[in-house]
Design a binder for this molecule. Structure first.
Ligand code: ZN
Length: 235
């Protein structure tokens, strides 16, 4: 065995060393711009926030955990914390994302691909009931998918049933069932099944479908979906 083989072998067999954290995470201190309590309709348990002292970065749902990741990737937001505090927030966001089965980015500078799909920000203090149909669709679809939804020709979208408890139909060859009684969103395309449903988000077909439903039905339904997302099944 020559020297280069020997060193390669050494590399291969070296036991993986756990990554050494640069700084020890420390719970963030109270900040001047922090909140004094939980925002309305948000969890009252401080542990559901990546920054519990300031009631910031709620991570109680996949949607919020991703939003937290996205906000916290912004250097302007990170700059409000010490390195140790950043490490703490980072850790809590990653733990939440892992728990919800959302792929986590390797570092703050890495772009987490799924987070990028949520392009609309939903300010914590903005009342969901004031969101327009477009705004609420944007929150569920992101700009690119909303544009794709709008591009699906109207004759490929069929609303077959529209009652107060069930809205169903088809988009292209895919089926759509919005079961308001059972709180279920059922749809069978690959994007939804493998990706969007996990984050309780919508695909372009569901977007096209909801654009076709009477806006007087679609708007309150989407607002309700946004508010109750965690109690609904997306499958
Ligand atoms: Zn779809």
């Amino acid at each position: 065995m020559n020297a280069s083989e020997g060193s390669r072998r050494e590399t291969l067999y070296r036991s993986p060393r756990p990554p050494v954290p640069v700084v020890r995470p420390a719970k963030p201190a109270r900040k001047r711009d922090g909140c004094l309590g939980p925002p309305e309709r948000y969890p009252k348990d401080p542990e559901k926030y990546a920054d519990p002292a300031n009631w910031k970065y709620p991570v109680h749902t996949p949607f919020h955990a991703r939003a937290a990741r996205r906000y916290f990737n912004d250097p302007r937001n990170r700059a409000k914390y010490t390195e140790a505090e950043q490490a703490y927030i980072e850790k809590k966001i990653n733990e939440a994302l892992t728990k919800f089965g959302v792929p986590i980015a390797m570092g703050p500078s890495a772009v987490e691909p799924e987070a990028a799909t949520i392009q609309a920000d939903i300010p914590l203090n903005k009342d969901i009931d004031k969101l327009t149909l477009d705004e609420v669709l944007l929150a569920f679809l992101g700009e690119n998918r909303l544009a794709s939804a709008r591009a699906i020709p109207a004759d490929e979208v069929h609303v077959d049933k529209e009652t107060t408890s069930l809205i169903s139909g088809t988009v292209k060859a895919y089926s759509v069932v919005l079961d308001l009684a059972q709180k279920r969103v059922e749809h069978d395309c690959v994007d939804f099944r493998t990706n969007r449903a996990k984050g309780k988000l919508l695909c372009k077909h569901l977007g096209a479908f909801l654009l076709r439903v009477d806006p007087r039905t679609a708007t309150p339904l989407l607002r309700r979906l946004l508010r109750e997302r965690d109690r609904w099944t997306f499958a």
